[in-house]
Ligand binder design. Structure first.
Ligand code: ZN
Length: 204
C-alpha cells in the first residue's frame, strides 16, 4: 500500500465517511500549503496530550485547569442536583445549545444495542456508579437519561436503571427521560435547541 493509499484508509475509518469522501479529503491535503500540513500533522500528533478525558463526566476537553475537570464539572454555577447521562460528547454540545440546562453530565461512551447486550463492556458503567456515589454526597437528586429515541436508546436507559438500582433506591433518586419529550427516532445530537428545551421542560 502506498503512503497516499494509507491516508485514504485512515479517513475511511472516520465516522460517517465513505471511500469517496476519504479520497476527496486525501486530495484536499495535496492542495494545502506545507505550513498548514505541518501544523495539522503536529496537532494530530499531540492531540492526546492536549485533549484529555474529564475525570468527573468523561467528556473530552482541552486541558486548561490544573484539576483536570472540564468547564462544566469545574463550575460552581452548575446545579449539582441534576446529572444527565448521554451517549457521546456531541450530545452535551446539543443540550448546552438549548441554554436551559444548568446541571451536570456524564458521557457513557455509547449505547447498549438491543440485539447485542454484550456490548456493555466498552461503556463506562463502573465509572458512572462511582460518580453517582460522589454526586449523592453533593446533593444529587435526579438522573436524567438523555438518550436518542430509538430501541437502542431505550435499551440503554433500562441498562442504566438496572445498573444504578441500588443507589436510586437507597438515595431516593428521581429518574427522568429526556427522550420522552423528543419525537420517535430523533437523535439528540441533531435535535435543534428549541426541541431540546421542550424535551427538558417536559421530561418525565
Ligand atoms: Zn466534566
Amino acid at each position: 500500500m502506498t503512503a497516499f493509499e494509507k491516508i485514504i484508509r485512515h479517513f475511511e475509518r472516520f465516522p460517517g465517511i465513505g471511500s469517496r469522501q476519504a479520497k476527496r479529503f486525501a486530495f484536499h491535503l495535496l492542495t494545502l500549503d506545507q505550513s498548514d500540513l505541518t501544523e495539522l500533522a503536529e496537532l494530530i500528533r499531540t492531540i492526546r496530550t492536549n485533549v484529555i478525558v474529564c475525570p468527573s463526566c468523561a467528556r473530552f476537553h482541552s486541558l486548561q485547569s490544573p484539576d483536570r475537570n472540564c468547564s462544566v464539572c469545574g463550575s460552581t454555577m452548575r446545579d449539582r442536583s441534576k446529572l444527565t447521562v448521554v451517549e457521546r460528547d456531541t450530545d452535551i454540545d446539543a443540550i448546552e445549545r438549548s441554554g436551559v440546562y444548568d446541571g451536570l453530565y456524564f458521557v457513557l461512551g455509547g449505547t447498549v444495542p438491543l440485539l447485542d447486550s454484550q456490548d456493555v463492556k466498552r461503556l463506562r458503567g463502573g465509572m458512572l456508579k462511582q460518580i453517582v456515589e460522589t454526586r449523592v454526597t453533593e446533593g444529587l437528586k435526579e438522573i436524567i437519561l438523555g438518550f436518542s429515541v430509538n430501541p437502542d436508546g431505550e435499551n440503554t436507559g433500562r441498562y442504566i436503571e438496572t445498573l444504578l438500582r441500588e443507589q436510586i433506591e437507597k438515595n431516593a433518586l428521581k429518574i427522568s427521560h429526556l427522550g420522552r419529550g423528543l419525537s420517535t427516532g430523533s437523535e439528540l445530537e441533531y435535535a435543534d435547541p428549541e426541541t431540546i428545551k421542550n424535551a427538558l421542560k417536559n421530561r418525565s
